[in-house]
Design a protein around this ligand. Structure first.
Ligand code: ADP
Length: 375
C-alpha cells in the first residue's frame, strides 16, 4: 500500500493521494491512520459508517474522540509513553476495547494497530471490527469464548442443575410423604402423638437435606477457593461487556459504558467476576426485549476502599412477586430459565468480600449493583 504522505495536510478532503483514497473507500474494515500525536490523518468509509462521523469531522482531531472515558483521557499518555520507552501496549498485539460513536453510544470492538515508519514521523494504522456485528466476528468470538472458562462452567452448571433437580426430588417426595402420614395420624379419633412427632421429625430432616443439596450447588459454582489476583477492573469490565454485548445492536439496545478513570485494581478471580457481569448484562438485555426504550449502562467507580459496579437497564423491572426472593436459587420467570444466575452471582461477590443488590431504576427497569474491596 502506498504510504500516506506525512507532510500532507491533515484535512482529508485535500489529500492528493487518489490511490489511498480509493483504498480507504473500499477497505471492508474500519481503518484509521493517526500520527504520533494521536491526530487523525485518514479515516476510511467503513470507519465513517461505524462511528457515525464523516472523515471531515474527525480529520485533524485527536483520535481519543472515538473513545469513551477513561480511555479518552489516557490515550495521549499511552502515545507519549510509547514515544519515550517503545513499550507496546497494543501495537502488533490486538485487543478488545470499547469504541464511542458520534451519538455517544459505546460498543465493544476489536482493534489491531500497525506502525508505519516514515522519515519524518511514525504513523499508526488501526483496523477496527465492531464486535456487536455477529456474523463478521463469529470466528473471533469463538476464539474469545474458548479462552474464557466461564462458558464451559455455565455448561457444566446446566448439567449440575439437572442432576441436582433430580437429587432434590427424593427428599422433597419423602418430606411430603411424612407430612401426609402425620395428617393421617392426626385424623384418627385418638391420634398417636408420639408417631406424629416422629413423622414430623423425619420431615424436618428431609427438608434440611434439600437445603444441604442447594448449598452444595452454590459451593460447587463458587468453587470454594478463589484464584485471586490483582486485576484492572476496567479491563475486566471491558472484556466481559465485549462478550456479553454480542448481538446488542441487532436487539436495538443502546449501550453506555462509563468507567471512572481513577478505578483501582482489585484482588479478584477474574473469570468468576466476569461471569457475574455476564449474568447481569444478559438479564438486563432479556428484560428489555420488546420494550420501547432499550438502554443499558455499565458503570464503575471508586468508592473509598472498594469499587462499585452497576448494570442498569430500562426493561420490565423485577416482577414484585419475586423481588423478595430474587437471589434465591431456582427462582425464575423465564420459560427456559434455570434461576441460578443471580444466586450464583451473589455467592461469588460475597466470596470476594463484596455485596450484590438490586434497586429499581429511576427511569424504569432495574439496576444491579455490586462492590469489590480493593485490598
Ligand atoms: P434466570 O435468568 O435463569 O431466570 P436469574 O437468577 O439470573 O435466573 O434471574 C432470576 C429472575 O430474576 C429472572 O427470571 C427475572 O425474572 C428476574 N430478573 C433478573 N434480572 C432482571 C432484570 N435486569 N430485570 C428484570 N428482571 C430481572
Amino acid at each position: 500500500m502506498q504510504q500516506p504522505d506525512a507532510t500532507a495536510s491533515s484535512d482529508l478532503a485535500v489529500s492528493d493521494s487518489a490511490l489511498l483514497r480509493s483504498i480507504l473507500e473500499t477497505v471492508p474494515d474500519a481503518m484509521i491512520v493517526i500520527d504520533e500525536h494521536g491526530t487523525v490523518r485518514f479515516f476510511s468509509s467503513a470507519a465513517e459508517r461505524l462511528f457515525g462521523y464523516t472523515a471531515g469531522e474527525v480529520g485533524g482531531k485527536n483520535v481519543n474522540l472515538l473513545m469513551p472515558s477513561p480511555y479518552r483521557e489516557q490515550h495521549d499518555g499511552y502515545l507519549d509513553r510509547y514515544r519515550r520507552t517503545g513499550e507496546r501496549r497494543i501495537i502488533g498485539i490486538g485487543r478488545v476495547v470499547v469504541g464511542r460513536r458520534k451519538d455517544g453510544s459505546t460498543f465493544p470492538m476489536e482493534l489491531s494497530v500497525g506502525e508505519a515508519h516514515q522519515t519524518h514521523q511514525p504513523l499508526f494504522t488501526g483496523f477496527v471490527r465492531d464486535l456487536t456485528e455477529r456474523q463478521q466476528t463469529e470466528r473471533r468470538l469463538h476464539e474469545l469464548q474458548d479462552g474464557l472458562l466461564h462458558v464451559s462452567r455455565v455448561h457444566s452448571m446446566g448439567e449440575m442443575a439437572a442432576a441436582l433437580a433430580h437429587e432434590l426430588n427424593q427428599p422433597l417426595t419423602a418430606t411430603s410423604n411424612y407430612v401426609r402420614a402425620a395428617l393421617r395420624l392426626l385424623a384418627a379419633p385418638e391420634p398417636d402423638l408420639a408417631q406424629v412427632r416422629q413423622a414430623m421429625t423425619h420431615a424436618v430432616e428431609q427438608t434440611l437435606r434439600s437445603g444441604e443439596i442447594i448449598r452444595r450447588l452454590r459451593a460447587f459454582v463458587a468453587r470454594g477457593e478463589l484464584a485471586r489476583e490483582y486485576e484492572s477492573i476496567a479491563k475486566l469490565i471491558e472484556e466481559a461487556s465485549g462478550l456479553a454485548l454480542v448481538g446488542a445492536k441487532e436487539r436495538g439496545v443502546k449501550v453506555m459504558i462509563t468507567i471512572d478513570p481513577d478505578l483501582a485494581e482489585a484482588p479478584v478471580d477474574r473469570v468468576q467476576v466476569q461471569q457475574v457481569l455476564l449474568n447481569l448484562i444478559r438479564n438486563a438485555m432479556e428484560a428489555m426485549d420488546g420494550g420501547a426504550t432499550r438502554e443499558l449502562t455499565v458503570a464503575a467507580s471508586k468508592r473509598g476502599d472498594h469499587v462499585l459496579v452497576s448494570v442498569a437497564d430500562t426493561g420490565s423491572g423485577v416482577p414484585p412477586e419475586i423481588a423478595a426472593k430474587l437471589f434465591q436459587p431456582f427462582v425464575t420467570t423465564k420459560a427456559e430459565g434455570m434461576g441460578i444466575g443471580l444466586s450464583v452471582s451473589r455467592t461469588i461477590i460475597e466470596a470476594h468480600g463484596g455485596r450484590l443488590w438490586m434497586e429499581p431504576n429511576t427511569t424504569g427497569g432495574s439496576v444491579f449493583h455490586f462492590t469489590l474491596p480493593t485490598d
